[in-house]
Write a protein that binds this ligand. Structure first.
Ligand code: BGC
Length: 732
């Protein structure tokens, strides 16, 4: 455990568990090796192979091993909670957790997911997602993950895994690697240069390994011409050798393409197993036949050892609960929600809300006489909150995207209901117009003091097509002509508040500058607690404190990337999201890291200490890479003062610019952040511990992380473009 303490001028106010999972792999391997000796070859093959799609209670199931009293390994989706069952908490998706920039909430969310996973007897939860990272703003599954910035995604990945595995479940970081879009995901080839691979796409997986993640799921696509689940370079060289990963690699469902090639490239587990039509004829008996003729038996032993070691590592070998889910999605009837989990879900939903605009301080609301609530996104899906399979529709309040990363909602706090309940306490009259038709919206809005308009944008996994979007979004517009609805409402109401529920950036140019659009509230993907969390912010029981985990552009082409057909050459290299906007000097509408509060913050007193040495990383390989990468080599501190009149939380951000000795690098990159809650008038220090890795670039000639010689720019600020303090540090 590596506790961080933040202090209000002498008073300890928060204690943040900044950590991955502390497990002892050596002890786990010793136990696994002893157990391995008791297994026959067919039992070993049974442990590394799924029993077939839909045949067991879980998304993925291995054969029971009676000789060692091992019931079966149960693997279940997904990244925001337990899928395909009832009575669980529908936590906000990963992107909302990232939007909080709050390490302890990320951890708590992971812990809640892990507890529900364990209580239902599931061994492995198939999350978190840190690939896709976000090469494309339109990428269908970005919302399952955290952020297009690898550092933020890496911290969120580490915290989530820490939470899940501390609760006793195994986490599975997915999808490894280069699966950045849904279009053609099972055929496309991702060609990623070595530096971009290390500095962007591999980075959060390295943090996952550093957090002792039990499993990693290889993806559907090819990388450099070879399938992700039989890729020597990515599995054996990068993941297992360079990062020192000691857990197991499991295929995405039906992502296996061979036996000998995959086994020798480092694949450990094939899922979901051959089905009755013969689909996915890999692993199982086919793998068994290859043992001794192409696949050494030591490789099979290694697969088994890794799976058993992960089971021992997370202490699942005694007293693990009985499986409480069924393949038909019926569940056990067990309600595994707890008051803590509900509170965490609400806190993540609330603290992930980003206030983008607040002209004339219209927010927080001050007992308006009347409110008009407008838009289909304000109310629960009239057909029922779980009426669309895997959330494959954008009807009613949007709280998660669609696909295997969605869960069954136990309930939904719909915004219109929550606002109406709250408004009653002020004697405010509320009218609701739950359609997206502009004329109806404007007639509802015209006589109200305040109009709150809800708009949405959705995406998901490619096996469901929603409103002609095959997973990835076709464009970055609000759905259902949302911009026209906002313009119509703002045309008649001078206190228009826009609430956006979305999977990622949408274009706001059509209305963001309209004087009657007083406020824009980026409510993201809030999960079950959507309405209550929104009311907390709209009425000011808390100040908004979320910051954007991606850039909101003025036009789609400003991102410089677009969904590909066939191969993806990753030609933009390191320059995705703000790295690209900064390099090409493009003004975004709202930059990465941006978010307003009901108070204001001043920054002062930057200090920079440390004497990093240039050169390549050294040391033994620990989970995550060379041990020296994780050494703190510099410390930056500053004081943040709440200069306004209400309590608020600020996310202080550290950006670092590399010296010119590091060729063609981004102007600045996020390398630290700290969220601090500060009463009005008070000050608190913020501290950023800069690791060697945070000052390094990937030197493709040396094939090593290298700290370049020269002067680094150190910037501390409230967003990637609102830099308040600067300094520098030299590496000699
Ligand atoms: C998805 C995975 C998921 C698996 C099992 C695949 O289609 O890509 O994320 O875990 O299905 O449902």
């Amino acid at each position: 455990m590596r506790p961080q303490i933040s202090v209000f001028l002498g008073t300890v106010v928060s204690f943040v568990c900044a950590q991955g999972f502390n497990g002892d792999w050596d002890v786990a391997y010793a136990k696994a090796t002893t157990t391995l000796a008791k297994l026959s070859t067919s039992e070993k093959v049974g442990l590394v192979t799924g029993i077939g799609w839909g045949k067991g209670p879980c998304t993925g199931n291995t054969s029971p091993l009676t000789s060692i009293n091992f019931r079966t390994l149960c693997l279940q989706d997904g990244p925001l909670g337990v899928r395909s069952t009832t009575g669980i908490t529908a936590f906000p998706p990963g992107i909302q957790a990232a939007s909080t920039w709050d390490r302890s909430l990320m951890y708590d969310r992971g812990h809640g997911i892990g507890e529900e996973t364990k209580t239902l007897g599931i061994n492995v939860i198939l999350g978190p997602v840190c690939g896709p990272l976000g090469e494309f703003a339109q990428g269908g599954r970005n919302w399952e993950g955290f952020s297009s910035d690898p550092y933020l995604a890496g911290v969120a990945t580490e915290q989530t895994i820490g939470g899940i595995q501390d609760a006793g479940a195994q986490a599975c970081a997915k999808h490894f690697i280069g699966n950045e879009q849904e279009r053609g995901r099972e055929t496309m080839n991702s060609v990623i240069d070595d530096r971009t691979m290390h500095e962007l796409y591999l980075w959060p997986f390295a943090e996952a390994v550093n957090a002792n993640v039990a499993a990693v799921m290889c993806s559907y696509n090819k990388i450099g011409g070879s399938w992700a689940c039989e890729n020597q370079h990515t599995i054996n060289e990068l993941l297992k050798t360079e990062l020192g990963f000691r857990g197991y690699v499991v295929t995405d469902w039906n992502a296996g393409h061979s036996n000998t090639g995959a086994a020798n490239a480092g694949l450990d587990m094939g899922m979901p197993g051959t089905d009755s039509t013969g689909k996915n004829p890999f692993w199982g008996s086919a793998l068994q036949s290859a043992i001794g003729s192409g696949v050494p038996s030591t490789r099979l032993d290694d697969m088994v050892t890794r799976i058993l070691a992960s089971w021992y590592l997370t202490k699942q070998d005694s007293g693990y609960p009985a499986i409480g889910v069924t393949a038909k999605g019926g569940g056990s009837g067990r309600n595994v929600q707890t008051a803590n989990h509900t509170a965490t879900a609400r806190a993540v939903a609330r603290d992930g809300i980003v206030l983008l605009k607040n002209s004339g301080n219209l927010l927080p609301l001050q007992k308006p006489k009347s409110i008009a609530i407008i838009g289909s996104g304000a109310v629960a899906n009239p057909q029922g909150i779980n009426s669309c399979i895997d959330f494959g529709c954008d009807t009613g309040t949007l709280v998660q995207g669609w696909g295997s990363g969605s869960v069954t909602l136990p309930f939904l706090s719909a915004p219109a209901d929550a606002i109406t309940t709250r408004a009653k306490t002020d004697g405010t009259t509320v009218t609701t117009s739950a359609t997206d038709t502009a004329s109806q919206g404007s007639s509802a809005a015209q006589s109200a003091d305040v109009a709150i308009v809800f708009i949405t944008a959705d995406s998901g996994e490619e096996y469901i097509v929603v409103e002609k979007n095959t997973g990835d979004r076709n464009d970055l517009e609000a759905w259902h002509n949302g911009a026209d609805l906002v313009k119509a409402v703002a045309g008649v109401n001078k206190n228009t508040i826009v609430v956006v529920n979305t999977v990622g950036p949408i274009l706001l140019e059509a209305f963001a500058d309209l004087p009657n659009v007083k406020a824009i509230v980026w409510a993201g993907l809030p999960g079950e607690e959507a309405g209550d969390a929104l009311v907390d912010v709209l009425y000011g029981s808390v100040s908004p404190s979320g910051k954007l985990p991606y850039t909101i552009a003025k036009v789609a082409s400003d991102y410089g990337t677009a969904i590909q057909t066939g191969s993806d050459t990753f030609s933009e290299g390191l320059f995705i999201d703000y790295r690209h906007f900064d390099k090409s000097n493009i003004a975004p509408r709202y930059e990465f890291g941006f978010g307003l509060s009901y108070t204001t913050f001043n920054y002062s007193n930057i200090t920079i200490t440390g004497s990093p040495t240039s050169g390549t990383a050294s040391g033994t390989i620990v989970p995550g890479g060379s041990s020296s990468l994780f050494d703190t080599v510099a410390t930056v501190t500053a004081i943040v003062t709440n200069s306004g009149s209400v309590t608020g939380a600020e996310v202080a951000q550290l950006y670092i610019g590399l010296p010119s000795a590091a060729p063609s690098s981004p102007i600045r990159q996020l390398r630290g952040f700290q969220k601090v809650s500060i009463p009005a008038g008070a000050s608190t220090p913020v501290t950023f511990n800069v690791r060697r890795k945070d000052l390094s670039y990937w030197d493709t000639t040396a094939k090593a992380w290298t700290v370049p010689q020269g002067s680094f720019t150190i910037s501390v600020g409230a967003s990637s473009r609102d830099i308040r303090l600067t300094g520098s540090i030299r590496a000699s």
